[in-house]
Design a protein around this ligand. Structure first.
Ligand SMILES: [Zn+2]
Length: 115
């Protein structure tokens, strides 16, 4: 239930923000989800819809818009970056395994729309 936990976490954050700013209702949340974050967007949206109805004060019927961010890795040996998903941990430029993920495992709120 990884996605449900994430949905709860985001809803809590947005609810708190709405309360602070005095928003009446949040109609849409845009989320950036990294390609290698292990979050399945369609499943996250299902969890989101349920959680908004049952666990939120300001987000009833709120739409979740998911933007997928590409996974990018960096190679320490040849100092190049590359797409993580097709290549994995092995650098496609020089074949080194001395690489690390730069971006692509995050889940971040990009924007919220209020009524
Ligand atoms: Zn390399």
């Amino acid at each position: 239930m990884h996605e449900l936990g994430i949905a709860f976490h985001i809803i809590k954050e947005v609810d708190q923000l709405a309360q602070e700013k005095g928003y009446q209702h949040v109609s849409k949340v845009t989320l950036e989800v990294g390609e290698v974050s292990s979050v399945i967007p369609s499943y996250l949206i299902d969890c989101w819809n349920w959680a908004c109805e049952h666990r939120s004060k300001y987000l009833k019927g709120c739409v979740l818009n998911v933007i997928t961010l590409k996974g990018i890795s960096y190679c320490e040996d040849c100092k190049e970056t590359y797409d993580t998903v097709p290549a994995g941990r092995t650098c496609p430029h020089c074949g080194s395994g001395n690489t690390y993920l730069v971006t692509g495992d995050e889940v971040t709120i990009q924007s919220i729309d209020v009524d």
